[in-house]
Design a protein around this ligand. Structure first.
Ligand code: NAD
Ligand code: ZN
Length: 360
C-alpha cells in the first residue's frame, strides 16, 4: 500500500485585523524592485477604501480587480498570465488573491501558470504540474469553500470543469482575518457556508473516510451546526468559527473526496453556469436518498435562515443538454466511487441521474 504524501499550507496568520500585517508578511518575499507583487482582488471591493487602502503596494506592484460573477475559466487564467508576462519587467515576486473561492482559485492558477509552459487546460487533472508555482498568498473574504487550504484550483475549461490538483497548488501563506467577511450578503453567506457543510457530509459518509479526514470533518460539522442552527454566537464568533469550519472542511476532503452533490453541481455549473455554492444547495436539497441525515439538517438550516432556493432550473433543457450535464457529472469517477462504492456505475446510471436533475 502506498500512501499519498500531501503538502499543507506552511504559514497561516489568524485574527481580526491581521490583514494589517500583510506588508510585514510579504515584504521579505520581494525578489527585486522589478519583480512586482500582483494583487488579484474581487471587484466587489473596488471602491472600498477600508480594504483597498491597506493593500501594501510599492514599486511596480499592481492591483487587478476581477469580477467573481463567473467562476474561473482556463481562458481567463491564460489571458491574465499572458498579460502579466507582457507587462511586467520581471516574473512577479508573488500573487496575492483577496476574495472568495473564485479569486483564491484564480490566484493559485495564475501562480502555477507563470512558471509552467502551455495552457492551463493541459494541467486540469491530477499531478500534471511540473514546476513549482511562484509565491502565492490567499486572503479569503468569504468562508466555506476551503479553497484557502486545498490542493486544487477548480477551473472551467473547454472540455470539463476540473481542478488543477498538484503539490504546487496550495498557498504558501494564508491570512485569516474574519473582519474581511463583514459585508457578505446573507444568501451568499448561506450558500458558501453550506459548501462547507456539504464537504463535511460527503467526506464523513464516504467510502474513502479515514481517521485523518474524519477528525477534520467532525470538527467542521460541529462548527457548522453551531453557526447555522443555534442562536448562541455573536456575529464575530460566527464569522471566526465559519472561517475555521471552512479550513477544517477543506482539510477533511484533502485525504478523502466529495460526493454526489459535488458531482452533480459540476454538471450544472458546466452547462448553466450555476455557481458552486448555490448549485450545491439546489442539488443537495434533493439528495435525501443518499444523505438522509445531512439533508434533513440542511433543510432545517435553510428554514431557520429563510433561504428560498431557485426551482425548475432544468425544466426547459433539451435531451442534448441533459446529456452534456450527465457526461460531465459521470466523468468524475472518484467522487462517485467515494459516495457509492466501486460498483457505482450500477447504481448511478445516466437514466437515474437524469431523473434526479429533472427534479431540480
Ligand atoms: P465567490 O468567490 O464566487 O463569490 C461569491 C460572491 O460573493 C461574489 O459576488 C463576490 O463578489 C461576493 N463576495 C466575496 N467576498 C465578499 C465580501 N467580503 N463582501 C461582499 N461580497 C463578497 O464565492 P465562493 O463560494 O467563495 O467561491 C466559489 C468558487 O470556489 C467556485 O469557483 C468553486 O469552483 C470554487 N471552489 C474551490 C475549491 C477549492 O478547493 N479550490 C473548493 C470549493 C469551491
Ligand atoms: Zn465545494
Amino acid at each position: 500500500m502506498n500512501y499519498r504524501n500531501f503538502p499543507m499550507v506552511p504559514k497561516v496568520i489568524f485574527g481580526r485585523g491581521s490583514f494589517n500585517q500583510l506588508n510585514d508578511i510579504i515584504a521579505p518575499k520581494r525578489i527585486s524592485i522589478n519583480a512586482p507583487f500582483i494583487f488579484l482582488v474581487d471587484d466587489v471591493f473596488k471602491n472600498n477604501t477600508w480594504l483597498t487602502s491597506r493593500i501594501p503596494t510599492a514599486y511596480e506592484d499592481k492591483i487587478i480587480y476581477i469580477s467573481a460573477n463567473q467562476e474561473p475559466t482556463t481562458v481567463q487564467v491564460d489571458a491574465l498570465v499572458e498579460d502579466l508576462i507582457l507587462n511586467t519587467k520581471a516574473l512577479p515576486s508573488g500573487i496575492i488573491g483577496i476574495g472568495g473561492g473564485t479569486i483564491l482559485d484564480l490566484a493559485k492558477a495564475v501562480s502555477i501558470m507563470l512558471t509552467n509552459k502551455g495552457e492551463s487546460k493541459d494541467y486540469q487533472g491530477w499531478d500534471l504540474v511540473k514546476n513549482p508555482a511562484i509565491y502565492h498568498v490567499g486572503i479569503p473574504t468569504l468562508s466555506g469553500t476551503g479553497a484557502e487550504v486545498s490542493r486544487t484550483t477548480v477551473l472551467t475549461g473547454p472540455e470539463r470543469k476540473l481542478g488543477i490538483n498538484s503539490d504546487f497548488t496550495p498557498f504558501d501563506q494564508v491570512v485569516l482575518d474574519s473582519e474581511l467577511t463583514n459585508n457578505v450578503p446573507k444568501d451568499q453567506w448561506f450558500y458558501t457556508g453550506m459548501d462547507c457543510y456539504i464537504h463535511c457530509v460527503e467526506s464523513l459518509t464516504g467510502n474513502y473516510l479515514n481517521a485523518f479526514s474524519q477528525s477534520y470533518g467532525e470538527m467542521a460539522l460541529q462548527l457548522c451546526e453551531s453557526i447555522f442552527l443555534t442562536n448562541d454566537l455573536s456575529t464575530i464568533e460566527a464569522q471566526e468559527k465559519l472561517m475555521m469550519a471552512s479550513w477544517h472542511g477543506g482539510m477533511s476532503i484533502a485525504y478523502s473526496q466529495v460526493g454526489v452533490a459535488h458531482a452533480m453541481s459540476y454538471g450544472l455549473s458546466y452547462l448553466l453556469g450555476t455557481k458552486h455554492g448555490i448549485g450545491n444547495c439546489i442539488v443537495f436539497d434533493h439528495l435525501e436518498e443518499f444523505y438522509p441525515e445531512g439533508v434533513k439538517v440542511f433543510k432545517a438550516m435553510k428554514k431557520k435562515h429563510n433561504i428560498i432556493l431557485p426551482k425548475g432550473i432544468c425544466a426547459n433543457l433539451s435531451d442534448r443538454e441533459f446529456d452534456i450535464m450527465i457526461n460531465i457529472s459521470l466523468s468524475l469517477d472518484p467522487l462517485w466511487e467515494n459516495a457509492l462504492g466501486k460498483n457505482w456505475k450500477k447504481i448511478m446510471t445516466p437514466k437515474k441521474l437524469k431523473q434526479l436533475y429533472q427534479k431540480m
